[in-house]
Design a protein around this ligand. Sequence first.
Ligand SMILES: Cc1cc2nc3c(=O)[nH]c(=O)nc-3n(C[C@H](O)[C@H](O)[C@H](O)COP(=O)(O)O)c2cc1C
Length: 354
Amino acid sequence: MTRWPAAAEHFLAMTGAQAPIVQAPMAGSGGVAMAIAAMRAGAVGSLPAAMLSPDQLHAQIGEVRVAATGPLNVNFFCHTLPDPPDDTAWRALLAPFYASEGVEPGPPAPLRRPFDDALCAVIEEQRPQIVSFHFGLPEKALLDRVRAAGALVFVSATTSEEAHWLAGQGCDAIILQGAEAGGHSGWFLGARHKPTPLGALLADRPDVPVIAAGGIVDGDDVAQALRAGASAVQIGTAYLATPESFAIPAFRALLGTAAASDAAFTNLFTGREARGIRNRLIRDLGPLRVEAPPFPYASDALAPLRAAAEADGRTDYTSLWVGTGAARVRPQNAEQFTRNLAQDARTLLEASHG
Ligand SMILES: Cc1cc2nc3c(=O)[nH]c(=O)nc-3n(C[C@H](O)[C@H](O)[C@H](O)COP(=O)(O)O)c2cc1C
């Protein structure tokens, strides 16, 4: 049987996966069904927990466990949650949009939660194979508990500085999140967001397993990342086009079209930089505004606008997170997509090794 490149084989041995593919956690865009599909195809399945209560997370891990075996990754955000800010300037900026949509401010929307004691207790009880973190690491006491529960620890890095720092913290694998990646940039070191191309992150990678993320949608992309030294790939955007994703129809209609390439890093939707397709809000306000309240509070005031537009089939205020591969994705079910991806990548790697 043909083997994967040595670094990928090491990843498979470490995780128990059959393909060096991680289906990316996508809070609000994927969940139980997507993780099950990816795991059935031999990849690492991921459950995003940033918008789940401990009880919801407990139930979702249980649902995955009865339907699929194989490695499960549970993903958390590690931001610090500030007190609710004064968002007067932000609401003033949004007032014309409220007027044009004919909506009123609504009740506070559910916030993205940082990893905490209660969520950690779920990990200790459910013992997933992998726990991954975005926006840095949690405090040491929590991290020690995750490790004591037997989980491998994967963390996103967006710069070489972050990758080398995380390697020094003993992470089992580092997700190199290139500037090409959809969704929130996981940056956590330094005063400013510095999007760095995936190729540059791979070229300066630390000496621990690295997982390439950003713009990877087909077998050729996977093969290239593995040839460049990645142990595995993490893929988000391509899974948005699967029936297992929660993307609304108007968002799906953009995927696979040239319009999906018109994207920017924006802080308008949550208060932190994330890569998404330009829509009315980004075009009218510009992608980065100082008035946007700190993460994760910016999403609050947008909720009524988003609901009104979506009810009308519009994506004017919806966060349309995508990576640079969004124009190349095709609708197919997540299990078949994952199998094809692994097969195509392996065929290409075999061919290149003669
Ligand atoms: C819609 C969407 C939501 C995302 N949500 C999360 C998340 O909850 N946690 C996380 O660690 N990464 C999240 N990401 C980032 C992915 O983990 C990954 O870095 C990215 O999808 C890779 O780039 P690609 O989208 O080009 O495949 C998200 C990405 C997308 C597209």
